[in-house]
Design a protein around this ligand. Sequence first.
Ligand SMILES: Nc1ncnc2c1ncn2[C@@H]1O[C@H](COP(=O)(O)OP(=O)(O)OP(=O)(O)O)[C@@H](O)[C@H]1O
Length: 267
Amino acid sequence: MNNILEATRINKIVELGKNNELHILKDVNLEIKEGEFVAVMGPSGSGKSTLLYNVSGMDRISSGDVLFKGNEIGKLKEENLAKIRLNNMGFIFQNINLLKNLSLIDNVMFPALVSKDADKNKVYKRAKKLLEMTGIAALENNNINQASGGQLQRVAICRALINDPDILFGDEPTGALDSKSATEIMSLLTEINKKGTTVMLVTHDAKVAAKTERVLFMVDGKIVASKKMNKFDAKVDNIKEREESIMKWIVESTDTYSNKGEEKMAK
Ligand SMILES: Nc1ncnc2c1ncn2[C@@H]1O[C@H](COP(=O)(O)OP(=O)(O)OP(=O)(O)O)[C@@H](O)[C@H]1O
């Protein structure tokens, strides 16, 4: 399998004022294979969201290289990068970010209608199919205040998929949902991944990570550990066992790689 995403020694440094900067990502290397389903975990402030935004071209790295499908994107002009984000990548966030004055289906169609020569009829059909796939077709003409949090997150997923992206990025996509909706959204993402879309998620939730096939653990701006599993298959895999093994691994990794662990090792 080819790498869809390859980051080499990327750094992110933000200026906080005169002589004051914050080094958030520190020489991070990352490879994601086409079709993979990857979760990024780690303590709050360790740099998970920053990693996601920087490898997806939503934000600019300070140094290093990011290859998307073999092409360097770290230094592309904004307009070229925007085209890649629009056509090849989908984004889902915790705060769902839908447009208030549009119906649910119009929100889904929106990213596909940005291009002047979009065929509105074709786009509508695809949007409708996505709403059907995610079980909310009956709500297509509702406003966003006429849908639950879980339903809105499905709309956000449909919108992220409207341009048939190669990769879907999610920053805590289930973070604001109740546990039933979160489980449903994860089942949906599992299905989407099975159909071939690469998925990279940031999550605090081991139950979410248990449905992925590789979990990266970040501490203080670095990926310090990685846990590989088989692709989740609800027919044969026990989700509870996977979740528990991830939680155990997180405790061990935290103990080994957190400052406390480093102090311990130094002694
Ligand atoms: N633009 C910015 N300006 C200043 N500080 C920033 C900026 N972006 C991120 N940070 C800081 O960098 C660190 C890493 O942030 P990031 O959001 O990537 O962490 P995270 O692991 O995703 O955290 P959480 O789990 O709490 O969402 C944090 O201390 C954050 O406050």
